[in-house]
Design a protein around this ligand. Structure first.
Ligand code: IPM
Ligand code: MN
Length: 353
């Protein structure tokens, strides 16, 4: 198969992890007879430096001419002055919105070999395997906002429409059908009008999936249940903001924020794939970054945008084998013991492919 992949490496550790992920995709291509073309484009802080714009139109064009986007991470202290007129994160939000990538899939599972890295007793981790479906193009991130600029008043708005909630709810229910058939819908329906709309829309969408069990969980309680009974969850559907917060919390269960991949999808096969971690400027350029989240994101890319399920599983198995062999990047190394670099870890994944 021929495919074109836009690569937005971004800032901080972004370029280090995406270059390793490209190596993995290239090895898959040569092993399985595919032809992947990679087109790099600037986005984030690096684009602000070059163009004064976190996501120039040329980058959008490159993405439009691709089958999928592979993204590293954006942001860093250089661009985080609160008074700055442009911010790296705006570029990422623009890409998500431009392509209407409304469903962000974030799988979280535990790796028994990393159990000692999770600050929970091992018996809580048994069977943890969940999929966050985070709404990605609405809510607080995109609702009306205003900073009066007088230093006195600012607001953001949690605004959702029924169609916005309905389409992402269907993604969650369909995902649950192929899994353990359970959906937990997160809201604050005890306080927020937008959450009551969210809840009734999810209940309505659920009518099409009688075999799926639906529970409603208040967001504050969910932050507790993710620690007290994480294995009880299968698919979790949440608004943009609640999903952002709770998926970072859940990623701890995988042993490190560096382990978790994500896929952002719209209504076609086109998608954006990125690790859920950020640009980690404190460790950038030191070979300490864990490329696993980005490498596993390429597996999701193959699965959802290119329909290459066997190749996706080959990558996931190579990552498992790498961890089983004891290879560890800095973030998942046992305290005091040695670890290998980003490149060495990725090379082990390659040799396990
Ligand atoms: C994420 C990130 C982004 C978000 C930032 C970088 C805009 O935290 O992908 O979770 O808040 O969505
Ligand atoms: Mn986040």
């Amino acid at each position: 198969m021929k495919a074109t992949i836009a690569v937005l490496s971004g800032d901080g550790i972004g370029p280090e992890v995406t270059s390793q992920a490209i190596n993995v995709l290239q090895k898959i291509a040569s092993k399985h007879g595919h032809d992947f073309t990679f087109n790099e484009a600037p986005m984030g802080g690096i684009a602000i430096d070059q163009f004064g714009d976190s996501c120039p139109d040329s980058t959008i064009r490159t993405c439009e001419q691709s089958d999928a986007i592979l993204l590293g991470a954006v942001g860093g202290p250089k661009w985080s002055d609160p008074a700055a007129p442009v911010r790296p994160e705006q570029g990422l939000l623009k890409v998500r919105k431009h392509f209407e990538l409304f469903a962000n899939l974030r799988p979280v599972k535990t790796y028994p070999v990393l159990a000692s890295h999770v600050p929970l007793r091992p018996e809580f981790l048994d069977g943890v395997d969940m999929l966050f479906v985070r709404e990605l193009t609405g809510g607080l991130y995109f609702g009306p906002r205003q900073d009066q600029g007088d230093g006195d008043t600012a607001y953001d708005t949690e605004l959702y429409t029924v169609p916005e909630v309905d389409r992402v709810a269907h993604v969650a229910f369909r995902a649950a059908q192929a899994r353990r058939k359970k959906v937990a819908s997160i809201d604050k329906a005890n306080v927020m009008a937008s959450s009551r709309l969210w809840r009734r829309t999810v209940i309505k969408a659920h009518e099409d999936y009688p075999e799926v069990e639906l529970e409603h969980v208040l967001a504050d309680a969910m932050s507790m249940y993710l620690i007290t009974r994480p294995a009880s969850f299968d698919v979790i559907i949440a608004s943009n903001m609640f999903g952002d917060i709770l998926s970072d919390e859940a990623s701890v269960l995988a042993g490190s924020l560096g382990m978790s991949p994500s896929a952002s999808l719209g209504s076609s096969k086109f998608g954006l794939y990125e690790p859920i971690h950020g640009s980690a400027p404190d460790i950038a350029g030191q070979g300490k970054a864990n490329p696993t989240g980005t490498i596993l994101s390429t597996a999701m890319l193959l699965r959802y945008s290119l329909g290459l399920e066997a190749e996706a599983q080959a990558i996931e198995q190579a990552v498992e084998a790498t961890l089983a062999s004891g290879a560890r990047t800095a973030d998942i190394a046992t305290r005091g013991s040695s670890y290998i670099s980003t490149t060495e870890f990725a090379q082990t994944v390659l040799s396990n492919l």
